[in-house]
Design a protein around this ligand. Structure first.
Ligand SMILES: C[S@@+](CC[C@H](N)C(=O)[O-])C[C@H]1O[C@@H](n2cnc3c(N)ncnc32)[C@H](O)[C@@H]1O
Length: 505
């Protein structure tokens, strides 16, 4: 099987593409109903806090989607809902009424039922959440897993030390990871992730001692036999259900990609190693910047990742490529436009969650994932993204200039559009403006010539580029890619300094 990345809503992907009983392990880390929107931080160029764009939202409202989902649960769509889960949702409707929390729980119930369907009978499920909704989610999980022969195995408490402080409550420093199996016959190899016996504990209690070889031990009474069993402190043990030895991603972490709520690889390594065999199939239906799939790849598992935003898809591709040169050879990417019709379909998506996806796809694809997305709804002067290119070198310092991207999906465009883009380029003191269009625009290609050339001194011997460029979807689908010195690679090697350090948008 090829590994798979799906770009789209996981409910749709699960229903359409993932067959019954095909997955060994599913881990999900969905939005937690935190009532926040999460920004992706681009920290490779310029001032960090200026370079952000919204990656995903975690605010919920009762809307048409929620109504449709509720109807699907009540009518047992696809036959995936247990009687208990339907009764539970009907009961919660009375208690919670049609508000944000209930919309969130309906959305999760729809997806948990599909995940249950795709798990093999020996499969396991880890649901990562936090106390905001964990108690409600456990009810849903129990109603789907425990009523059909599965088991609730653990509530893992993952402790960390960032965030969560407040003067009117105890600092909130843990997430909750529920661990379920689809049947009593599931795979678990806790020893493969054994940790030092004293991890997280200061004292063992019991009878401690040091043997003749100098090894520390604890003698524990085994009640059944009334004999003592000797545990050596340096022998590994299966971790408890409270994890204090895996740090969250810190601002200086090597792993950090700037994607909000990125989870540490060590967390996924523990889960994947313990709950799947080599060659097992791992699913992450909310894969963000791809921590699960990157770890699954390293551990020689097969994997399926799903995410609804193109920022996430583009980061995963980059992450895998950086991890190993041939990682992408065995990956099938689905949902990303491959022809004009699917690009039109993406451009026509208008729901709130996928509103900007066409623009993101065009900008990230043409800039080879180097650009930063502008998420603002209007008021952005037509700027949908910005990339930085090295412009020239002063001493050992590289000076950068902006490239501005503007995306238009209209069937007809007049030269007013190229004029507006040129205005933005001038205003921002940018090097180049690139107009990305859905339909071919020969009139604008011709018109753009009047804006002259930008001279780049960074390229050896200097090089001229058209100041305004017009690229259409067909060009991109035929492989056209931004032809400039790629900044990220340069930045890694050299002292960096963005010519413009003020706010990007
Ligand atoms: C909390 S993040 C996951 C972070 C991830 N564990 C990591 O380490 O990078 C949640 C992700 O779920 C995605 N998402 C939200 N709703 C989705 C949906 N309906 N279908 C697919 N992905 C979705 C968001 O785009 C976001 O990337």
């Amino acid at each position: 099987m090829k590994n798979k990345i799906y770009y789209g809503d996981n409910l749709d992907v699960l229903r359409r593409y993932i067959k019954d009983e095909t997955v060994d392990l599913c881990y999900i880390d969905p939005p937690f109903n935190s009532k926040r929107n999460y920004n992706q931080i681009y920290n490779n160029i310029g001032k960090e806090d200026a370079a952000q764009s919204q990656a995903f939202t975690d605010t919920w409202t009762w809307d048409d989607n929620a109504n449709q989902g509720l109807a699907e649960i009540k009518t047992n769509y696809n036959g995936v809902f247990t009687e208990q889960s339907i009764d539970l949702i009907c009961g919660l409707e009375k208690v919670l009424k049609k508000g944000a929390l209930f919309a969130y729980l309906v959305s999760m119930t729809l997806r948990i039922a599909e995940i249950h369907r795709v798990l093999k009978p020996t499969g396991s499920f880890y649901f990562h959440c936090d106390p905001t909704a964990s108690h409600y989610l456990k009810l849903v999980l129990d109603a789907i897993f425990c009523t059909t022969g599965g088991d609730f195995l653990n509530e893992i408490v993952w402790c960390y030390n960032v965030g969560g402080k407040g003067s009117k409550h105890w600092a909130r420093k843990h997430d909750v990871i529920f661990f379920y199996s689809k049947s009593h016959n599931y795979y678990f190899d806790g020893k493969s992730v054994g940790i030092a016996r004293d991890t997280g504990t200061k004292s063992f209690g019991g009878k401690m001692g040091v043997d003749e070889d100098g090894r520390r031990y604890q003698d524990k009474l085994v009640k059944k036999t009334n004999k003592y069993y000797r545990y050596y402190v340096d022998e590994p043990k299966i971790p408890e259900d409270w994890w204090v030895d895996i740090n969250s991603i810190q601002s200086g972490s090597k792993e950090r990609l700037g994607y909000p709520t990125q989870k540490p690889e060590a967390l996924l390594e523990r889960i994947i190693k313990a709950s799947s065999n080599k060659d097992g199939i791992i699913l992450d239906a909310y894969c963000g910047c791809g921590t699960t799939v990157a770890v699954a790849q390293k551990l020689n598992r097969q994997w399926i990742g799903i995410d609804i935003t193109y920022q996430s898809i583009s980061l995963i591709l980059k992450r895998l490529e950086e991890q190993s040169k041939d990682a992408l050879d065995n990956v099938e990417i689905s949902g990303v436009p491959k022809d004009f019709e699917s690009a039109v379909a993406l451009a026509n998506k208008s729901d709130d969650k996928t509103r900007k996806e066409f623009e993101k796809w065009m900008v990230l694809r043409y800039s080879d994932n180097q650009a930063i997305i502008n998420e603002k709804k209007g008021g952005d002067g037509g700027v949908d993204g910005v990339a930085y290119i090295p412009d020239h070198i002063v001493g050992k310092v590289i000076e950068f200039k902006k490239v501005i991207f503007s995306v238009k999906s209209n069937a007809k465009l007049t030269p007013a559009v190229t004029r507006e883009l040129f205005g933005a380029v001038e205003r921002e003191n940018a090097a180049i403006g690139i107009l990305l269009t859905l339909y071919p625009m020969p009139n604008l290609v011709k018109d753009s010539k009047q804006y002259g050339l930008y001279h780049n001194e960074y390229v050896r011997g200097g090089k001229d580029y058209p100041k305004i460029q017009v690229i259409c979807v067909d060009d991109i689908l035929n492989g056209a890619i931004m032809d400039f010195p790629i900044p990220a690679e340069v930045v890694k090697k050299a002292t960096q300094k963005a010519t413009e350090q003020k706010e990007l948008f």
